[in-house]
Design a binder for this molecule. Structure first.
Ligand code: F6P
Length: 319
């Protein structure tokens, strides 16, 4: 394989740049030309790309975001968009493509693979909601960011004898919530995976009050619903002044942690090796610390389990 493309798609995730670096440097070692495609699949449709040399990816391993920009691309859901992307690849001599993103981006990679452009996907999302892999690039950094912010919130929550309802990201997955909840000593954690009621939260706060506790952190996964409403209900029932804080997109930014940089480097390296060996329609991930790869359709049909044990531990020790 002489020329490959790389793009970042969907929500950005810290560590994408480290993966772009690893892909570029590995491909250059194999004597390939690397094209950095801008703004996800849109760049493939519009032919918006730049050649990446050895120095184009210097000084980016520590940077959050993505130097290639990212976007969600509606046009890529339709045959016309796919054909335009394929035509761009043929015109530019791009023989293989590496796609960094979440499961929406994997569908695009699978569709393009089926039309004759070999693709390998790398899971990048702060949500860690990709079933075929234990870990997605960006997750560790996002959790650490959320943890540091909740620590800061605890200072003011404690000083005012308040309750803070903190909403963390994760789309419909509660992995960020349960891990940051346990790491910040949250009194309660609400996620979509575990049946809940606000009354349980209220009861837990009231029980904890009897042991002399005056401030409370409640971590809520974003899929749960309106944190303001939850805060109001808690305040009305307990009399504890309650504020809702939505951490939001700040969780997607910042310099990647060691784990994100290392995994991004490993998966980026492996993606190029797979393309070079003639594989297509694969997605790479980790299992028990080893790198694994699956057919994309097979990967998309898998179901991710939730950390129920961790959740139980959090409930056992935080009161
Ligand atoms: O998938 C990453 C994520 O940050 C989710 O946690 C969140 O639900 C979503 O993206 C937000 O998307 P957008 O950036 O389009 O608002």
């Amino acid at each position: 394989m002489k020329k490959i493309g790389i793009l970042t798609s969907g929500g950005d995730a810290p560590g994408m740049n480290a993966a772009i670096r690893a892909v570029t440097r590995t491909a250059l070692k194999h004597g390939m030309t690397v094209m950095g495609i801008r703004r996800g699949f849109n760049g493939l449709i519009n032919g918006d790309m730049v050649e990446l040399g050895i120095r184009s990816v210097s000084d980016i391993i520590q940077r959050g975001g993505t130097i290639l920009y990212t976007a969600r691309c509606n046009e890529f859901r339709f045959e016309e968009g796919l054909q335009k992307a394929k035509a761009t690849c043929i015109k530019e001599g791009i023989e293989g493509l590496i796609v960094l993103g979440g499961d929406g981006s994997f569908r695009g990679a699978a569709d393009l693979s089926a039309r004759g452009i070999p693709c390998v996907a790398i899971p990048c999302t702060i949500d860690n909601d990709i079933s075929m892999t234990e870990y997605t690039i960006g997750y560790d950094t996002a959790m650490n960011t959320a943890m540091l912010l909740i620590d800061k919130l605890r200072d003011t929550t404690q000083s005012h004898d308040r309750c803070s309802v903190v909403e963390v990201m994760g789309r419909h997955a509660g992995h960020i919530a349960v891990n940051t909840g346990i790491a910040t000593g949250a009194t309660h954690i609400l996620t979509e995976e575990v049946p809940y009621s606000v009354d349980d939260v209220i009861e837990r706060i009231q029980n904890t009050q009897t042991t002399g506790k005056h401030h409370f952190i409640i971590v809520v996964s974003e899929g749960i619903g309106n944190s303001q409403d939850i805060a109001k209900k808690i305040e009305q029932a307990t009399g504890v002044e309650t504020r809702a804080t939505i951490l939001g997109h700040v969780q997607r930014g910042g310099s990647p942690t060691v784990r994100d940089r290392v995994v991004a480097s490993q998966l980026g390296h492996c993606a190029v090796e797979l393309l070079n060996q003639g594989y297509s329609n694969r997605v790479i991930g980790t299992k028990h610390g080893n790198i694994i790869d699956y057919d994309i359709q097979e990967a998309l049909s898998m179901k991710k389990s939730f950390e129920n044990d961790l959740y139980r531990i959090a409930m056992d020790i935080s009161f």
